[in-house]
Design a protein around this ligand. Structure first.
Ligand code: CTP
Length: 424
């Protein structure tokens, strides 16, 4: 398998990116520094998957190499001096993350690690799983040489997610989410001992040692993934969701609740739909859903989404009742967050419940756009004064319009005149 690697390393990158990397590695080697491609890039090359980002480790000074690369490529550079890392943004290409090789130690479980300079082997040893702990040298003397001290190749071949040491999840419990994510994304299994360590870490309360922001970040990343339903199922089975919050749950076997065909969905659309389902899963009490969203420190639009998805779950059976007018549908759904409604509409399982689903679609596509031509100032010109009567007539006008009884502006004017005359 590693015989294929050198060719793939090149073909997975645009030629100018490969040239840029080897040129920068050449400059670095003049200072006796070494440059390596590491982590996900190597993993995805071995599996012949599309590459998602480029991680570079430098035994030397990553910030200086990053600056030289930015000059060579006329690219934008973001540096994070305190972490010794930088991201090179080349227009239209994958981002390149650069980091100085380091050794990490965890002063206490779940805390951010203490970092000191290290060699490439230290840098690989600090990583989460063997399949993410391989490197390929780019410096001219060792160009193309694979370093695989933790038998990542073996685990790629046996399709296993395996941690490098027993403290891994205690040191960094966010790796629990990552284990589940890589396993389902790649169709791998979590190796037996690694799974034991996950369950042990959850039992020991390791998740409480990490900030909610870090947990939520991992959770949101999972919701963007094509197999998020299976990942959520695993997190639920392993007790992770319940440990985050008792109302956070995913009781659906993989394949049961999915947001439409993967190839047609954007990551954001997937994320919205899974969040909406999780909001609905809290029960039908919007306050509880909101509390959960706030517990997770979700941004305001997501809080609204979880709240409104619980509301929508509460009125779903009503939405499916027989003989409902458009106006009744409109009143059930008006004021609910549009993004939530769209997220709900994507849930394949609800499409079987086709009366409610068709009404939801009708609201999204048509009813919510219906607006009478006459506005408040027209009413004034027809003799109505702002106040309760004025509001009532506008509401009746909207109802008649939504029910399709007022196709033209002249119909609307007649309708308003009649209503005003009735109320005099
Ligand atoms: N890493 C780690 N522990 C973490 C996060 C990251 O050891 N909690 C290491 C892994 O070696 C990982 C690398 O940092 O491969 C880069 O992290 P990230 O970009 O999140 O992962 P990728 O492997 O690139 O995954 P993706 O394909 O999702 O981008």
């Amino acid at each position: 398998m590693n015989d294929l690697l050198p060719a793939r390393l090149k073909t997975k990158l645009p030629p100018h990116t490969f040239d840029l990397l080897t040129k920068a590695a050449g400059l670095a080697s003049e200072r006796r520094w070494q440059v390596y491609l590491v982590a996900g890039y190597i993993r995805d090359c071995l599996l012949d998957l599309p590459v998602r980002d480029i991680d570079i480790t430098i035994v030397g000074d990553a910030l200086q190499v990053a600056e030289e690369m930015a000059d060579l490529a006329h690219a934008e550079l973001e540096t994070f001096g305190q972490f010794g890392t930088a991201t090179l943004k080349i227009a239209g290409d994958l981002d390149i993350d650069l980091v100085t090789a380091r050794k990490e130690s965890y002063p206490q479980p779940g805390a951010l690690p203490v970092v000191e300079a290290g060699d490439i082997y230290h840098d690989l040893a600090r990583r989460d799983f063997s399949i993410n702990a391989m490197a390929v040298e780019l410096t001219p003397t060792g160009l193309g040489q694979l370093l695989d001290p933790h038998d990542g190749i073996g685990d790629v071949q046996s399709t296993s997610i395996r941690v490098l040491h027993d403290r891994s999840f205690r040191d960094d419990p966010t790796r629990i989410f990552r284990a589940v994510k890589f396993a389902r994304r790649l169709g791998f299994a979590i190796e037996k001992q690694t799974l034991e360590l996950i369950l042990q870490a959850v039992r020991d309360g390791s998740l409480y040692t990490v900030s909610m922001d870090r947990i939520t970040r991992e959770l949101l990343l999972i919701l963007e993934e094509p197999h998020a339903d299976a990942m959520l199922w695993d997190l639920d089975r392993f007790g992770v969701l319940g440990a985050i919050h008792p109302l956070l749950a995913w009781p659906y076997e993989p394949g049961k609740i999915r947001p439409g065909p993967d190839e047609l969905l954007k990551p954001q659309e997937r994320q919205d739909t899974y969040l909406a389902v999780m909001g609905a899963e809290t029960g039908t009490d919007p306050d509880e859903a909101e509390k959960l969203a706030r517990w997770l420190n979700l941004p305001a639009p997501y809080v609204k989404m979880m709240r409104d998805s619980a509301r929508l779950a509460g009125l779903w059976s009503k939405l499916g009742e027989n003989a409902q007018s458009n106006w009744q549908t409109y009143n059930l759904l008006r004021g609910l967050d549009l993004r939530t409604l769209q997220a709900y509409a994507r849930i394949e399982a609800l499409q079987a419940d086709s009366v409610a689903w068709r009404r939801l679609m009708h609201y999204i596509n048509t009813l919510r756009h219906v607006k009478p031509e006459l506005k408040g100032d027209h009413l004034e010109s027809l003799g109505a004064k702002p106040g309760p009567l004025y509001r009532d007539v506008l509401e009746e006008l909207l109802e008649a319009k939504i029910e399709g009884r007022l196709p033209t502006r002249a119909d609307e004017e007649r309708f308003v005149r009649e209503r005003l005359a009735e109320r005099e």
